[in-house]
Every structure is written in structure tokens, then in C-alpha cells.
Design a protein around this ligand. Structure first.
Ligand code: HPA
Length: 269
């Protein structure tokens, strides 16, 4: 694995002499932040040695290098999900490569279903914590180069970044929620009983991504900031049929607000 990471990192470094400071992973229908980047290089995942290839509609599968405001960034437009059949090592591989390329922060976005009764469709939720119901991506052979075998997870999403994001949102008059994101395998959306269960165990929203990448980044000492768009509600009395298309439609509408917060926050780092 270490050799594969090394190989992919060198391959990318040969294409572009560029050391990114911030890594970005953009979720379902949330590629808009890419339009804010002055792109120096954009590569299809399928061209990159050892990279898995994204298969889901709405996930474009491009690795982008460029400048966002005053920062050098590397952005994944489209991520790898467990429900697509990738194993956890494949899902976190790009994060390990980003670390090797030099990132000191990771920003992530996703779409999720709200289970907090105070939430509304189209709300933004800053992740203050998570519950991982996917297999842990650190299971398996441990390489000390990654960091701790048993990482502490008591402040996975640093409060300093959350506070800054909230201040930006307030200044721009954007409503934000702060909550606990629970990661589940999908690809089914939840039954009514499952939505209820997620609420009972302490979730504010439920989705199918983000947590594996965050865990890997956190183990490597990279502070993470993650934000979710609430695309549907798993709240008794407010539940409507949900589909991949309806999720994308809401995500596309709300993403402008999310892009604004992400961009400002990255510039303020
Ligand atoms: N459940 C799981 N994942 C999701 C949802 C949901 O309701 N909405 C968007 N992604």
C-alpha cells in the first residue's frame, strides 16, 4: 500500500510541480466549488495509476489542482463510496495521496437526510461529530507512517474551524445547523424505523460518505471541516419519497451557500 501511495504521488508530482495546502472532497452534485478554482491541472481518475474509478451518476471523477483565493488546493470532484463496491482501502487511498502531496487541511461536502426535527430541506449542517456505521477504514495492516494505530477521536472536527465557519455564515446571513452525521452503507435510503433509530442514537443527519475519509485524515493529523446539505427529511410527519435525483436537485440549489462558506473559510486559514 505504501508503495502504491508513493507511486501515485510521484506520478502526480511529475505532471505538476505543486504542493497543495488544502484538500477538498466534493460530494453528490456538489462540484460547484470547482468553478471558483483557478485550475492548473485537471485529471480524470481513470488516468491516475492506482486510483479507483467513480461509477455513480453525478460523480464526475476528476482530480483538480489549482488556486482557490490565496490557497493552493487539490480537489476531488466525485468521491468513492462503499456502496459502489470499493473497499475501504480504495476509498481512503486518495486521502493518503493528498497527505503525501502535502495538504494540511481537508474539506469535505456531502448530501444527507435530516433526522433532527428542527431541520428543513436545503439547510446546511456543519459536522460537529460523527457516528460511524460503516466498516472502520483503519482495520487491517497498520503502517506507523500513517500515524497512531488507535487514534483519539474526541475532536475530529476542530472547534476552531467550526467557529470560523459559523462567523462567516453569520456575516453572509446564511443559516447553518451544527450536528452529528451518521454514516451508513446505503445504497438504500432509510426505512421509517431506521430514521427513527438514527435519531434515537444521537444523529442529526444520515448519509453514505465522508466518515471514511475523515477518519483516515484524522489519523494522519489533518484537521477536517465537513459540511452537509440536508436534501430530505427522515422526520416523522415530514417524510417524503426520496430518490438520487431529488437529492441532487436540492443539493444543486443549496450548494451556492455552501460554496461561499467553504471558499471564505479556506481563504481565512
Ligand atoms: N439517507 C442516506 N443518505 C442520504 C440521504 C438519506 O436520507 N439523503 C441524502 N443522502
Amino acid at each position: 500500500m505504501l508503495q502504491k501511495i508513493e507511486e501515485t504521488t510521484s506520478w502526480l508530482q511529475e505532471k505538476l510541480d505543486f504542493s497543495p495546502e488544502v484538500g477538498i472532497v466534493l460530494g453528490t452534485g456538489l462540484g460547484g466549488l470547482v468553478n471558483e478554482i483557478d485550475i492548473l491541472l485537471s485529471i480524470d481518475y481513470k488516468q491516475i495509476p492506482n486510483f479507483p474509478v467513480s461509477t455513480v451518476d453525478g460523480h464526475h471523477g476528476k482530480l483538480i489542482f489549482g488556486r482557490l483565493g490565496n490557497k493552493k488546493v487539490i480537489a476531488m470532484k466525485g468521491r468513492f463510496h462503499y456502496y459502489e463496491g470499493y473497499d475501504m482501502q480504495e476509498i481512503i487511498f486518495p486521502i493518503r495521496v493528498m497527505k503525501k502531496l502535502g495538504i494540511s487541511y481537508l474539506f469535505l461536502s456531502n448530501a444527507s437526510g435530516g433526522v433532527n426535527p428542527d431541520y428543513e430541506i436545503g439547510d446546511l449542517m456543519i459536522l460537529k461529530d460523527h457516528i460511524n456505521l460503516l466498516p472502520n477504514p483503519l482495520i487491517g495492516k497498520h503502517y506507523p507512517e500513517y500515524g497512531n494505530r488507535f487514534p483519539d477521536m474526541s475532536e475530529t472536527y476542530p472547534i476552531s474551524l467550526i467557529d470560523k465557519a459559523e462567523a462567516i455564515a453569520q456575516k453572509k446571513e446564511i443559516k447553518v445547523q451544527k450536528g452529528v452525521y451518521t454514516a451508513t452503507t446505503g445504497p438504500t435510503f432509510e426505512t421509517l424505523a431506521e430514521y427513527k433509530y438514527f435519531r434515537i442514537i444521537g444523529s442529526d443527519a444520515v448519509g453514505m460518505s465522508t466518515v471514511p475519509e475523515t477518519i483516515a485524515a484524522h489519523q494522519m493529523g489533518i484537521p477536517c471541516f465537513a459540511i452537509s446539505i440536508i436534501t430530505d427529511l427522515g422526520v416523522p410527519g415530514k417524510i417524503e419519497t426520496v430518490s438520487h435525483e431529488s437529492v441532487q436537485e436540492v443539493a444543486n440549489k443549496a450548494e451556492v451557500k455552501m460554496t461561499l462558506i467553504m471558499k471564505e473559510l479556506i481563504c481565512e486559514l
